[in-house]
Design a protein around this ligand. Structure first.
Ligand code: OAD
Length: 278
């Protein structure tokens, strides 16, 4: 375990959590890194190999489907393959424990469903969910099981050469993206240039403006409007604590991996609650 924060900062954060009734956990890709899902902007992140100018919006994806379907299949494979097997890690589980002590709203930019898998009840997925399939009208249709995700990934993993690559890819991803009598279906994810998921985003803004303490966990804070939430919370008088291996600015930073920092932090804040309950 490696921390790079002072004992004083850690104790301050624990006291802030202890004295808060309404807490928001605003999470990004970093909290899922220890579950084996790469982040976007770190050295091994998705956007290093697959630049967002090409892969983060529908126009680029559709163009790549025709110009380089093998590469598009590699991108979709890279995104969905870890989701078939990923399990919540110690960071996700610590947030489940936090919810047992305080009113907690998890606002996540992640599309992996790991907060729900850890057992958190109130999760706002502001960038949507990769396994939730919806019609173009927005009507939710069904949720893909992990085994289906793995099967799609396995089929995509075999697409290595150009002939028939587009046809094979469309066949592989048919449970996620396709058209039929009921219309066009697609994963319920938000790409660049689209509005955030509703009512998740409105709920997230209300939660940030009404919380006593907001934790940012594993996010570079580079993507708006999501990145406005910590400032909104601070402007409404909330305390803001940042948890990330890389310190990114002013405020209270606990530098370390979410799975290393969150469990002892929650214990430090609430162990007395447990003693009181015994
Ligand atoms: P980024 O990849 O931009 O940032 C990940 C953050 O997690 C960085 O600050 C890392 O230092 C940190 N990190 C890495 N490992 C960690 C660990 N074990 N514990 C805690 N933190 C760790 O990911 P996001 O900020 O989530 O949006 O990216 C925001 C949005 O950009 C995504 O939702 C996605 C992307 O484009 C869309 O595609 C719409």
């Amino acid at each position: 375990m490696t921390y790079n924060h002072s004992h004083e900062a850690f104790s301050q954060a624990a006291r802030w959590l202890q004295s808060s009734q309404r807490i928001v956990a605003f999470t990004g890709a970093g909290i899922s890194a220890e579950s084996g899902i790469p982040t976007f902007r770190d050295s091994d992140g998705f956007w290093r190999e697959f630049p967002p100018e090409q892969f983060a919006h529908w126009r680029g994806l559709i163009r790549t489907a025709f110009t380089d379907p093998v590469r598009l299949a590699a991108f979709v494979h890279a995104v969905i393959e870890p989701l078939g097997t990923a399990k919540p890690n110690a960071g996700h589980q610590a947030l489940r424990v936090l919810e047992q002590h305080r009113k907690l709203i998890v606002v996540t930019q992640n599309i992996d469903g790991l907060h729900q898998a850890a057992g958190n009840e109130c999760v706002q997925e502001i960038h949507g969910s990769l396994t939730e399939i919806a019609l173009l009208s927005g009507k939710r249709q069904r949720t893909l099981a992990a085994a289906q995700v793995s099967q799609i990934a396995a089929r995509l993993g075999h697409i290595k050469r150009r002939p028939l690559a587009l046809v094979r890819m469309l066949f592989a991803i048919r449970p996620m993206l396709g058209a039929g009598l009921r219309g066009v279906w697609r994963p319920n994810v938000i790409l660049f240039g689209e509005g955030l998921a509703e009512p998740a985003w409105s709920n997230a803004v209300t939660a940030a403006e009404n919380c006593d303490c907001l934790l940012t966990i594993g996010t570079s804070g580079m993507v708006y409007p999501a990145a406005m939430l910590p400032a909104k919370a601070a402007a409404s008088g909330a305390k803001v604590i940042h948890i990330d291996p890389t310190e990114g600015g002013t405020g209270l930073w606990l530098c370390g991996k979410a799975g290393d920092v969150l469990p002892p932090l929650i214990r430090a804040a609430f162990d007395d609650d447990m003693k009181g309950a015994n």
